[in-house]
Write a protein that binds this ligand. Structure first.
Ligand code: SF4
Length: 346
């Protein structure tokens, strides 16, 4: 049976192949973005990217009835990011966009048990985008299931206990998942799909309006980056290799697991950095949330919660968490802070 997406679906999920086909079928030329009536789309795309970077939240309202606007806004956003070519910004955008699509998917999947057509459309999206068969069961409860092998391949990147196969309901070779879980399982893939779309745009003559916005984006990013870099500890002379590695991950725009955030935060606090300065450093995380980061730092410093101050974990603990990047400078130390004081004294 052929399942056709509705225009509302294209407005919500402009990363789908059918959205690209729409662009192709209408013979839209990228240089048409320079037409005056397209300024609205270009501005809308830039505002979306800027707001994502500034707020680290997906503050964006899509036009449900005007799918053309959403498809073109998505395309123009990718063009601006391609032209700006800032890895961290691209990854941040891709993660926040995928989190936005995730919310729509969760709502749609929740309603899909009552609507057979909607359900088929969503399962088609999973098949098309993630190359996976997802099955719905309605009895005795409404739930989704995927093949165990597909589950293992995806859940391997999650460290939390709840994602371990042993903690899941498995029956006849299938893993059962709630709506939220199944969507969360694919967040990374959706984010990578958006990054790939940007990377795979080849030899493009960028419209002038896109070049102007990408220049504006670069200037904005440079200005907030300089602020954060000025507050960094002197990495070259005093930083232990495990911490140095975390800086590199941050600079590459990658996310850090909870244990790595704890190590970096406690180390920076020990180095005399203020909460304000550490917030600026953590701002580079793709999923940065200022309110949560500030709250967690206050908790770690003993200013909130149990008033227990957290100390920098020992090298032994850091090794157990696979965060150690030992080099010859680490000889004889049992905590990264020993290296710091040894160098300062030396
Ligand atoms: S030995 Fe200690 S200081 Fe050195 S990289 Fe490993 S955890 Fe960090």
């Amino acid at each position: 049976m052929s399942i056709k997406l509705g225009t509302n679906d294209l407005a919500k999920y402009p990363f789908l192949n059918e959205a690209s086909l729409y662009i192709k079928d209408t013979h839209f030329d990228l240089l048409e973005f320079d037409r005056s009536e397209m300024s609205f789309i270009i501005n809308r795309s830039f505002d979306k990217i800027e707001s994502f970077i500034k707020n680290n939240e997906t503050l964006y309202h899509y036009e449900i009835d005007r799918f053309e606007i959403e498809i073109l806004t998505f395309l123009a956003s990718l063009l601006i990011l391609k032209s700006a070519s800032i890895d961290i910004v691209t990854k941040k955008f891709a993660l926040l966009e995928s989190m936005r699509f995730e919310k729509y998917l969760i709502d749609d999947l929740k309603n899909s048990f009552k609507d057979e057509k909607k359900r088929l459309i969503l399962l088609k999206i999973f098949k098309e985008v993630f190359k996976i068969d997802v099955y719905a069961e309605t009895k005795p409860i409404e739930v989704y299931k995927i093949r165990a092998l597909d589950y293992i391949r995806r859940s391997i990147v999650f460290h939390e206990q709840e994602w371990k196969l042993i903690n899941r309901t498995v029956k006849d070779g299938y893993v059962y998942l709630t709506v939220t879980e199944i969507v969360r399982l694919f967040r990374n893939e959706l984010s990578l799909l958006i990054i790939d779309k940007i990377k795979n745009m080849k030899s493009i003559a960028f419209p002038n309006q896109v070049l102007i916005k990408s220049q504006k984006l670069k200037s904005y990013w440079d200005s907030i980056n300089k602020k954060a870099d000025a507050k960094f500890v002197n990495k070259k002379s005093v930083t232990p290799p495990c911490i140095e590695h975390l800086y590199r991950v941050l600079d590459a725009g990658e996310n850090l697991p909870h244990s790595a955030r704890l190590l970096l935060a406690t180390f920076l606090m020990f180095s005399g950095k203020s909460i304000e300065e550490i917030v600026e450093i953590f701002r580079k995380l793709p999923d940065f949330n200022e309110r949560i980061t500030r709250y967690q730092l206050e908790h770690l410093s003993g200013k909130a919660g149990s008033s227990k101050k957290y100390f920098v974990p020992s090298c032994e603990k850091i090794k157990m968490e696979n965060l150690c990047h030992e080099t010859s400078v680490c000889k004889g130390i049992t905590n990264p802070v020993h290296l710091l004081s040894r160098r300062i004294m030396g």
